[in-house]
Design a protein around this ligand. Structure first.
Ligand code: ATP
Ligand code: MG
Length: 301
C-alpha cells in the first residue's frame, strides 16, 4: 500500500502546518463556508478536504461526500450534469450539508467555472464546495470571492521530519541515520508527498537514502552537464522530456537550483546560472512550459 494513502491525515490534529486553516476549521462542525485551498504540490490540500469531510459529516461521510477531479474532466458538461445532479439531490442523514470536493480545479475551463458559480448559489442550503488548486489566479474571481480562501504553504523541514519520523516509527524502521534523513529532507523543498513517496521507494528497494537522493537529482545533473558541455540542443530535449512527463517548470527550476548550488563552478558562472533559474521560476506561473524552457536555455548560454 502506498504510504501517502496509509498515512493520510484523518483528523484536524494530524494536519501539519497550515495553522490558520486548522484553527478556523475547528468551528465548522455545524457547517462550513465554501472553501478554496490553494498552494504548492504535496502540502495537504486534498488531504485536508478529506479531513474536513470526516469532521463535518462524521459517520454519514460515505453518502454525503463526493470527489471530482476537475483536471480529469474539465468540461462545462460535467458541471451541467454530474455536479448539478449531486448538488440538487438531498443530503442524507444528520449532516448540515453535503460536501463536493473539486480537486485540482485550475484544470477546469473558465466557462465550466462560470457555470459552477451559479450552482454554488442555487444549492447553498444543501451543499458546500471545497475547491483545490495550485494556482489561485487560474480560478475565476467570482468563485474566489464566494469561498473562504486558504493559502497552503510548503511544510518546513522540521514538519517534514516529524511526519517522516512518525512513518518510520510505525513501519519499525530504525536503520536510517538522522543526518541522512535531514539531507534528504533538504532536497524536498517542502513537498511532503514527494518525501513520503521517495522514502517508501528507498525502503522498499533497499536503496540507501543517499543513493535515492542521487537518483532524484540525476535528471537535473544530466541537464547541467549538457549545459556545461555546450550541448544546448540536448539540454532542451531533456527539458522537453521532463515536461512531457508532467514535471512542471517550477519543479525543474527548483531541481536545477539544488544541483547548481551543490556543483563546484566558478563563482560568476554559478551565480549567473542561479539568476537565470530564479527568473525562470518567477516566469513559470505565466509562460508556456516549452517556451520558457527554450528561453531558459538561451539565457544559460
Ligand atoms: N500538511 C500535511 N499534513 C499531514 N500530511 C500531509 C500534509 N501535506 C501532505 N501530507 C501527506 O502527503 C500526502 C499528499 O498530500 P496531498 O495529496 O493532500 O497534497 P496536495 O496539496 O493535494 O498536492 P497536489 O497539489 O499535488 O494535489 C498526504 O496523503 C499526506 O500523507
Ligand atoms: Mg491534491
Amino acid at each position: 500500500m502506498l504510504w501517502t494513502e496509509k498515512y493520510r491525515p484523518q483528523t484536524l490534529e494530524e494536519i501539519l502546518g497550515q495553522d490558520k486553516f486548522v484553527s478556523d476549521a475547528k468551528h465548522w462542525k455545524e457547517g462550513m463556508p465554501n472553501l478554496l485551498l490553494y498552494g504548492e504540490a504535496g502540502v495537504g490540500k486534498t488531504a485536508a478536504a478529506g479531513v474536513i469531510a470526516n469532521f463535518v459529516l462524521g459517520e454519514d461521510k460515505e453518502s454525503n461526500f463526493f470527489e471530482i477531479n476537475a483536471s480529469d474532466d474539465r468540461r462545462l458538461e460535467v458541471v451541467r450534469t454530474t455536479i448539478k445532479e449531486i448538488s440538487s439531490a438531498m443530503k442524507i442523514g444528520n449532516v448540515p450539508h453535503k460536501i463536493i470536493l473539486l480537486d485540482e480545479m485550475d484544470g477546469m475551463t473558465p466557462d465550466a467555472q462560470n457555470a459552477l458559480k451559479r450552482l454554488m448559489e442555487r444549492y447553498s442550503s444543501n451543499v458546500r464546495f471545497i475547491i483545490t488548486c495550485n494556482h489561485r489566479h487560474k480560478i475565476i474571481y467570482p468563485l474566489q470571492s464566494r469561498c473562504a480562501n486558504y493559502g497552503f504553504t510548503r511544510l518546513s523541514d522540521e514538519e517534514i521530519k516529524t511526519a517522516l519520523d512518525r512513518i518510520l516509527d510505525f513501519q519499525g524502521i530504525s536503520h536510517i541515520e538522522s543526518s541522512q534523513l535531514e539531507e534528504f529532507i533538504g532536497t524536498l523543498n517542502g513537498d511532503l508527498r514527494r518525501g513520503i513517496t521517495e522514502l517508501q521507494a528507498s525502503v522498499s528497494s533497499n536503496t540507501p537514502l543517499s543513493m535515492q537522493i542521487e537518483r532524484m537529482q540525476q535528471p537535473y545533473n544530466e541537464l547541467l552537464e549538457h549545459i556545461l558541455n555546450d550541448q544546448y540542443e540536448l539540454a532542451l530535449k531533456q527539458m522537453h522530456n521532463m515536461i512531457h512527463m508532467s514535471v512542471d517548470m517550477k519543479t525543474i527550476c527548483i531541481g536545477m537550483h539544488d544541483v547548481v548550488v551543490k556543483k563546484s563552478l566558478p563563482t560568476p558562472k554559478k551565480f549567473k546560472y542561479l539568476r537565470v533559474i530564479g527568473e525562470s521560476e518567477w516566469r513559470s506561473t505565466n509562460m508556456t512550459p516549452k517556451v520558457l524552457a527554450a528561453w531558459m536555455i538561451g539565457q544559460l548560454i
